[in-house]
Write a protein that binds this ligand. Structure first.
Ligand code: FAD
Ligand code: NAD
Length: 474
């Protein structure tokens, strides 16, 4: 069998893999990128970030037309929706973007192979497609194989009625009653999608809170908002089983009556794709969670084999994968590059959105760091009022001694866009005072960041004075 030779072979064509392939080509390497799917773009593009945001946007427009336009004096008569059209729009967006990724790979002269990639000893990778196998020689190998939904013992996934996010992105009918297992990113985003279209949505969560890992105060506030929107939450609820019985889905939980529903969405996290990769042939090790062990330079325990994205430690987010991709390739090319894991933002694209960067209050308390807190409610924002969307607030946490911003948490309309300023400020080591000095255009939602930063030192303008100062004046 003839062997094609490359400087770099990337296994996985998601936002980790294809970004690494492009950056490597830019730096002059000959590159091959292998993905088992015909469409490049990975989970993110095919069944993750993009399709979910498409449905979130469409269903939010529907919700707005039904419930929010009247307040603006816009009367639209009876509002209905066409689920097929929403799904087709989503498909079209995915297809267009996937073609864009394929075109970029072609323009960068990246050899794209469709098939299952597997390590075959040092410097060698096989690509298997049906009964055809190709062999690639690689100076270096990058594993960017991503992740898949975690399963739960007793939950009998059938790829239809009892499924994961992949099925929940493609329902062809609105479920009458949907049980979501897990109040994390996927549970709340896709729960919101189907709730807006009329499903009764019950979210079961093992922990006593929603969205673990996010700031508790804002997560509690978010839960109250979602409850007002119709989502039902059952916290501290452990699922024992879910199966289809007599044409109905039945979900059994510890110490509670079984719940009957017509669909179940299992969303209890994701696990790394490290199986059937031939890792033993090079000596690349995985940890107890099944994630590839890497050092600071992204090298696995095998020489010249690197790994990034969802198949290694850290948050399972597309922008984290892409950032690691660029840093890994630039390091290989001899540049100084690294990822600042303290400034990776996270956004839950519900309505309102919940966006965060840096440490939560709980993490600061646990680490014994002394901090000051500045809050600003969107109720006091002129722009939020004109938009008719005053739910939520901005919260800024700054070091008591240095005033350096340690964490920013925003619940509110377009929080996912607003958090970019906070991430940039933290990347440059800004203090709360620095952020308070930034001149924000008026009237914008971003002004609320400036006000929250000023509130760290009790000098926000559009909030009531602190009790002590008021008492002193009277
Ligand atoms: P992936 O995107 O999973 O790509 C890995 C690729 O490798 C896949 O195409 C896979 O087919 C291929 N592959 C695996 N093994 C092999 C093999 N042996 N041979 C050949 N090919 C192989 N993140 C965000 O930042 N924002 C969001 O809004 C967001 N929304 C999401 C919504 C949903 C419903 C889901 C499920 C995830 C979402 N994520 C989001 C997470 C995001 O999709 C992942 O973090 C991201 O895709 C990880 O990128 P990756 O390149 O590491 O892996
Ligand atoms: P998640 O980790 O966000 O949430 C999983 C939830 O399930 C947690 O609240 C957890 O406590 C709960 N849980 C775990 N076991 C349980 C059990 N037995 N019974 C009930 N609840 C249980 O995971 P996810 O929502 O599946 O999403 C997977 C990952 O994909 C996310 O962590 C995130 O990295 C990524 N993602 C990101 C976005 C985004 O950036 N907007 C959107 C979707 C997914």
């Amino acid at each position: 069998m003839t062997r094609r030779e490359y400087d770099l072979v990337v296994i996985g064509g998601g936002p980790g893999g294809y970004v690494a392939a492009i950056r490597a080509a830019q730096l002059g390497m000959s590159v091959a990128c292998i993905d088992q799917h015909a469409r490049l773009g990975g989970t993110c593009l095919r069944v993750g970030c993009i399709p979910s945001k498409s449905l979130l946007e469409s269903t939010e427009r529907y919700r707005e037309a039904r419930h929010a336009l009247r307040e603006h004096g816009v009367l639209v008569g009876e509002v209905s929706f066409d689920l097929t059209a929403m799904q087709q729009r989503k498909e079209q967006i995915v297809e267009t973007l996937a073609k864009g990724v394929a075109a970029l790979c072609q323009q960068h002269q990246i050899a794209v192979y469709q098939g299952h990639g597997r390590l075959q000893g040092p410097g060698q990778v096989s690509v298997q497609q049906g009964d055809q196998t190709a062999l690639l020689g690689a100076g270096r190998i990058l594993l960017a194989t991503g992740s898949r939904p975690a399963t739960l013992p007793g939950v009998e996934l059938d790829g239809d009625r009892i499924g994961t996010s992949t099925e929940a992105l493609a329902y062809d009918q609105v479920p009458r009653r949907l049980v979501v297992i897990g109040a994390g990113y996927i549970g709340l985003e896709l729960g919101s999608v189907w709730s807006r279209l009329g499903a009764e949505v019950i979210v079961l969560e093992a922990l006593p809170r929603v969205l673990p890992g996010t700031d508790l105060e804002l997560a509690k506030l978010a839960q109250r908002v979602f409850e007002k929107q119709g989502l039902q939450f059952r916290l501290e609820t452990r699922v024992q089983s879910a199966r289809v019985q007599d044409g109905q889905c039945v979900v059994a939980c510890e110490g509670a009556e079984p719940i009957e529903c017509d669909r179940v969405l299992l969303a209890v996290g994701r696990v790394a794709n490290t199986q059937d990769l031939g890792l033993a042939s090079v000596g690349a090790e995985v940890d107890a969670r099944g994630e590839l062990v890497i050092g600071e330079d992204f090298q696995t325990t095998a020489a010249q084999v690197y790994a990034i994205g969802d198949c290694v430690r850290g948050p399972k987010l597309a922008h984290k994968a892409s950032h690691e991709a660029v840093a890994c390739i630039e390091t290989l090319a001899g540049h100084r590059a690294q990822v600042n894991y303290d400034t990776i933002p996270g956004v839950v694209y519900t309505h309102p959105e919940l966006a965060s960067v840096g440490k939560t209050e709980e993490q600061l308390k646990e680490a014994g760091v002394e901090y000051r807190k500045g809050m600003f409610p969107f109720l006091a924002s002129g722009r939020a009022r004109t938009l008719g969307d005053t739910e939520g607030r901005v919260k800024i946490l700054a070091d008591t001694i240095t005033d350096r911003v340690l964490g920013v948490h925003i619940l509110g309309l377009r929080a996912g866009d607003l958090i970019a300023e906070a991430a940039a400020a933290m990347e440059f080591g800004a203090s709360a005072e620095d952020l308070a000095h930034v001149c924000h255009a008026h009237p914008t939602l971003a002004e609320s960041l400036g006000e929250a930063a000023a509130a760290v030192h009790q000098r926000a303008i559009h909030v009531a004075p602190p009790q002590r100062a008021r008492a002193g004046k009277s």
